[in-house]
Design a protein around this ligand. Sequence first.
Ligand code: HEM
Length: 498
Amino acid sequence: MLEVSQTAVVVPLLIWLVYSLVKMFGETRKLDHIPTIGFSDPILSYWSALQFLIDPPGFIRKGWETIPPGTKYVKVPGMSRWTVLGTVPEQYKEVASAADHFLSPSKATDEFLQAKHTMWYDEIGDHLQVKPIRQNLNRSLGELLPLVHEEAVLAFEDAFPLTNEWQSHEFVPALLKIVARISNRALVGLPLCRDAEYIDANVSYAVEVIVESFLLYPLPPFLRGLAHRLFSPIPGRLTRMTRWIQPILDARREDKAAHGSNWEEPKDMLYWLTQVAEEHGRADRDPIIRLMSTNFGSIHTTALTFTHALYSLLSRSQYIEALRQEIDQCVQEEGWTKASMDRMVFLDSFIAESKRYDILGTVGGMRIAIDDCILSGTLIPKGTMIGANLIDSHFSTSAWGPDAEEFDPYRFIKIERETGRRIAIVTTSVNTLTFGHGKHACPGRFFAAQEMKLMMAYLLHHYDMKLDNKDGSRPKNMWIGMGCVPSQNARVLFRRRE
Ligand code: HEM
């Protein structure tokens, strides 16, 4: 007889197997007309899905060589569904510009992150938080920069104290806290952005979302809500967040009532989210969960993108001197200001190249078809997951030239000099998809880019750094599913700049 603990593993596995098989058989029939990368048969497709899981870039690169000429879309296998991808980067234009009621990004996020359960998507799936990011946060970048810089000074000094001797630090865990703290200077302001428990809670919430989505995803939809209610730490996380945020909202209301028209409006995301909630007649829970979702969307994305760039720089240390010259000159002439950051064009080109070269995953810009629709003459049936192949986009020789597989930090400076076309960290196109592309391209990318430039400039201006390994080579990336993250436990050596 099965023990209780065995039952706890075997029963969900059986449910998952039956559910996935039924789903795969149904989907396979509907997508029969779309050529496959790997095996098309629903059972054998699991073998291909496994190969995709073991070596995502290898599977995609090899598969792309087998595509019949003239094909517009192909499907790639997953463990519980197919994903349809355009065969050339340009194909993504029609996906990115499709109306949400045909191809929905929210539905895709909901499926990937189980956002209905983990991020209250029934309440905030309308994405009302995009407006204050575009209209308030992005327009305040100049004013916010000195505050964010002030926070960066303190956060870096706490994490990597300036010493004359080399000190080794595990980089990613320290960086996550730094990014959370300096981002929150703009999201909630002082003093909460310096509360270590609040910072840890935001970093942990993001991990909880990812872990829970992995666990819920394989379950049939009717079991997900139950599993979430029984086991999830996320409702408790919201209760704790409310204890931090509610007193701020209450104090602001009292302050406003006391000072009337002389009241100075706060300049942070929390305040702008509160205004959105008031406009739409929503209770205080609304800005609190939108703030949690903004933190989720900002911290790990920025930290991972920045870590890729730093590892790429430290393993190619020949570029440090040129970057420092640019940074030192800009800081000397303009101080730590937005104008100074904007003048750092080599730094911009370096991070933009790392963003192109060090991809965060094989596929991106995902949408789910809400109804049957036709793209370039191909029927995309209702319920299909569709997106872009980032490898094809970011390493396209027709877009980037014969050296597309090389890391060239001067790439975007050369392109501008030769063609007049400026491609910056924030530029999106079908060949630069880290921030997505089209009407749902990341609205926070201007803030993220400024923050990454500030952090890199600050580190290079104040510290000597090198990778803490035998030969100074780049720590190996980790592939988790279709996502690619830089090494999470690599160590970096820091000392005061000589
Ligand atoms: C390097 C850091 C970041 C990366 C790599 C990143 C990446 C992305 C990507 C790939 C998307 C989806 C685009 C699509 O589906 O077409 C997205 C959407 C979004 N991001 Fe970011 N992001 C970053 C930072 C931020 C920050 C700092 C914020 C907030 C301040 C933010 C807020 C959002 C929001 C609200 C959306 C949804 C947009 C919509 O639905 O229209 N992101 N981001």
